[in-house]
Ligand binder design. Structure first.
Ligand code: COA
Length: 310
């Protein structure tokens, strides 16, 4: 039986070890059809920084001397808890080295690091990840879908409800009303609903920001803002349904559909090849709306959680 050692990588990870980890990640991506690490974890691997840590698991081999570096067979990324969020991580075992207990060893090492509530992100909703998480008593907490549609596919006609007018965002005028509707629409999703004026201004300063792609629905009677659709065009040319929000008092009038269509038409007119969006699996009505507009599931990330102390 091979010896196994788990240790923290230096930060930043030395280039030679980062290359080994990258090769492991590539092998897993080829075998699983989905990458095991988020963009943020891959960036950390190249640049280090912050409070994150990398854990490497090496096999010393039959004749390996304890303490010597052996073959890298598994890797985990760890983000310690912050004031807002519990600790989180990701892990991957080389496809040729699975079902030997390495995944379990590394997951337990992550739980020890967390020393409290912990979340692990599994990309792709793979059966092995679900089985490992379940075997370690973790529960599926949430799943995030990435949905896509080819931008050029035909779109249905757009109907605007009586008494509602559509227009685009006016920088310097619409921020406060937008924040209020965003707060009300996302009262149950603090990562979106708790945005402040700073969050909006930061985005207005981004190169991708275009007020002509931020659609507002307002009441013709009193000019009150009822809902919005903020679109985004990424540097690689992809379009995104960035945020759609409808005030709870105005939900059920078809405004979500109208606003989504207005944004999709805008993105289509800009010639983007694909349009993507992220939506929580539990947001059944939004998933249905996007499916009815031709979006299909492209990728899914699943979060498993452990609430007990390690
Ligand atoms: C998920 C992953 C980390 C498992 O690694 P591993 O080293 O093969 O897992 P282990 O050998 O430690 O398995 C521990 C237990 O998990 C369960 N398990 C793991 N893989 C399984 C599979 N393919 N089918 C059924 N059960 C499985 C079993 O209960 C297993 O115990 P057992 O071998 O005594 O039956 C690995 O498949 C992987 O790297 N997948 C891609 C990345 C990923 O999905 N990461 C998220 C992890 S939550």
């Amino acid at each position: 039986m091979a010896d196994v050692q788990v240790r923290s990588a230096e930060s930043p990870v030395p280039a030679a070890e980062a290359d080994e980890i990258a090769a492991l990640v590539d092998a897993a991506t080829a075998a699983d059809g989905v990458g095991p690490l988020s963009e943020a974890s891959r960036l950390w691997l190249r640049n280090g920084g912050g409070a994150a840590r990398g854990l490497v698991l090496r096999e010393n081999g039959e004749n390996g001397e304890p303490g010597n570096d052996g073959e890298l067979v598994a890797y985990a990324h760890f983000d310690p808890a912050t004031e807002e969020e519990s600790a989180a991580g990701e892990l991957v075992v080389h496809p040729d080295k699975r079902r030997r207990g390495h995944g379990r060893t590394l997951l337990r090492a992550l739980l020890t690091e967390a020393n409290g509530p912990f979340r692990v992100w599994a990309h792709g909703d793979l059966p092995a990840a679900a089985a490992l998480a379940e075997a370690e008593g973790m529960e599926r907490v949430r799943a995030l879908f990435q949905m896509r549609r080819p931008a050029a596919d035909p779109l249905p006609d757009m109907k605007v409800a009586d008494g509602v007018a559509l227009r685009t965002f006016r920088v310097g005028q619409d921020e406060d009303a937008w924040l209020e509707v965003n707060r009300r629409a996302f009262a149950d999703h603090p990562e979106q609903g708790a945005w402040t004026i700073t969050d909006v201004l930061q985005r207005e300063n981004e190169r991708w920001f275009d007020p002509r792609g931020l659609f507002l629905a307002e009441s013709e009677r009193d000019g009150n803002l009822l809902g919005f659709h903020w679109t985004k065009i990424h540097p690689d040319g992809f379009g995104e349904v960035y945020v759609v929000g409808v005030d709870p008092a105005s939900q059920g009038l078809g405004l979500g559909r109208t606003l989504t269509l207005a944004g999709l038409r805008f993105l289509q007119s800009k010639g983007v090849p694909q349009i993507l969006l992220y939506v929580d699996e539990s947001n059944v009505s939004a998933v249905k709306l996007y499916e009815s507009l031709g979006f299909t599931r492209h990728a899914v990330d699943v979060m498993y959680g452990a609430s007990t102390d390690a």
